[in-house]
Design a protein around this ligand. Structure first.
Ligand code: NAD
Length: 432
């Protein structure tokens, strides 16, 4: 089968890697740099297995800015372009619409359009109206929300926990099963297209709320001199609660959770049904970086001018190279404003950090984690990088002027930090 994939980011490129062994794939992106990188065999996504699969099945993949003359025989088009927030918070559908318009011109009769971008309820009817205006009532549109987690995108696309299918079309099931040959039993959950869109938002906003909630409990743990690790352990045996996403820290970030919480809150408000819970999730998350910041500033009586502060991790999570909406940025901006000298270690995310803040303020880049700690006054952990997890208390003790650590990701068990002055989230302070 010939398949076109629009948008070669986390969702689209991972699909190209997954589909290429079974189908001929036309991989389309408007970003010429990305296309050149892919043609040169460069892996900008840094997702396990994706780069390998793209190389192995390169002969089955055609990179392009548009399908052009290759339109013939395309049976399915996957749309995986961004849906960022507009100024009012609502999802911007302009990129999805642009691709739909292109598809309306070129696709063969009876082809399938699979929308994997995250879009709000109502989008299905909106897109169908657009196709009708272009006399394309023969195309099948399926809302197929994607649930992958960055850092494990390939594994999630190859073996999703479930496939939520929003369709009014009886032929979709057979078509999708033939296209996505999972080889293992994966539940397909069929529903109305609007329910499918809402399922995706419900999923992301639930996870975001879980994070915001445990961050609130962690604040209480600080006041009560309790230990949030123990509280989470006590919760984790209850299958009604589960342990995933109960990870206190400086808040959630990245390209999905903040965007989707904002989009759903805006959708609810514009439809006359504001959701106070979601508004609270946003507010709690926006305030969360200041919890760690205030601990640090309080320690120094708000005077940190001239201190050398080592920042370990700037991405929104340790396996990502993205700094989009990373709460680490809020903390670093505040420290810089108070004239601290930052030495930053995060090799994977450094290119996107340089792009984001390189021309805003000065900082030192460290390429080696131990070099980053050497002679530092303070170490601030803002992302759970694998290399940070490998550090031992002795590294802080030997390398820093004085072993003083503020950990915004609760990377280390308290018992491992003997000899270090160690502040974390919702846990007792460790004194040397
Ligand atoms: N990243 C995730 O974890 C994730 C998970 C599930 C769903 N989603 C959703 O999937 C969608 C895509 O997310 P992503 O993270 O893969 O985005 P991304 O930013 O990583 O990649 C999107 C790509 O689309 C390209 N693009 C933009 N307009 C285009 C157009 N008109 N034609 C062709 N290409 C175009 C961009 O150049 C970019 O390379 C979003 O709606 C997102 O909310 C993302």
């Amino acid at each position: 089968m010939k398949v076109a994939v629009f948008g070669l980011g986390y969702v689209g490129l991972t699909h190209v890697a997954y589909l290429a062994p079974f189908h001929d794939v036309i991989a389309i992106d408007i970003d010429a740099t990305k296309r050149q990188q892919l043609l040169a065999g460069e892996d900008y996504l840094h997702e396990p297995t994706v780069g390998e699969m793209l190389k192995k099945h390169a002969k089955k993949i055609t990179y392009s800015s548009t399908p052009l003359e290759r339109w013939t025989d395309i049976r399915a088009a996957i749309i995986a372009v961004p849906t960022p927030n507009q100024a009012d918070g609502s999802a911007d559908l302009s990129r999805v619409e642009a691709v739909m318009d292109e598809l309306a011109i070129g696709l063969d009769k009876d082809a399938y359009i699979l929308i994997r971008s995250t879009v709000p309820p109502g989008t299905y009817a909106h897109l169908l109206r657009r196709l009708t205006l272009q006399n394309r009532t023969d195309l099948h549109v399926v809302m197929l929300p994607e649930f992958l987690v960055t850092g494990q995108a390939y594994a999630d696309v190859v073996a999703p926990k479930r496939v939520v299918v929003g369709t009014l079309d009886e032929g979709s099931e057979a078509f999708l099963r033939s296209m996505f040959d999972y080889g293992i039993k994966i539940p397909f959950v069929f529903m109305h297209p609007d329910s499918a869109c809402l399922t995706k938002y419900a999923s992301n906003t639930f996870l975001a709320t879980k994070i915001a909630w445990i961050n609130q409990i962690a604040q209480l743990a600080d006041i009560a001199h309790a230990n949030i690790d123990d509280v989470i352990k006590g919760l984790s045996y209850d299958p009604r609660i589960g342990v995933d996403y109960l990870k206190p820290g400086i808040g959630f970030g990245g390209g999905c959770l903040p965007k989707d919480v904002h989009a759903l809150a805006t959708y609810a408000k514009t439809h006359g049904q504001p959701l106070p819970l979601l508004e609270a999730t946003r507010k709690v998350n926006e305030d969360q970086p200041s919890q760690l910041l205030q601990k640090l500033l309080g320690y120094f009586n708000h005077s940190i001018e001239g201190l050398t502060i080592t920042i370990l991790g700037v991405s929104f999570k340790g396996t990502s190279h993205e700094v989009t909406d990373s709460p680490a940025l809020t903390i670093m901006d505040a420290l810089t404003e108070k004239r601290a000298n930052l030495t930053i270690y995060d090799p994977l995310a450094m290119p996107s950090f340089q792009k984001e803040r390189g021309s805003t303020y000065a900082f030192t880049v460290a390429n080696d984690i131990k070099e980053a700690l050497t002679n530092a006054d303070v170490c601030v952990i803002l992302s759970d990088l694998p290399s940070v997890k490998e550090l031992k208390a002795i590294d802080f003790i030997r390398l820093m002027k004085k072993p003083l650590v503020f950990d915004g990701r609760n990377v280390f068990p308290l018992a491992m930090m003997k000899g270090v002055e160690y502040y974390s989230i919702g846990r007792p302070v460790v004194k040397p």
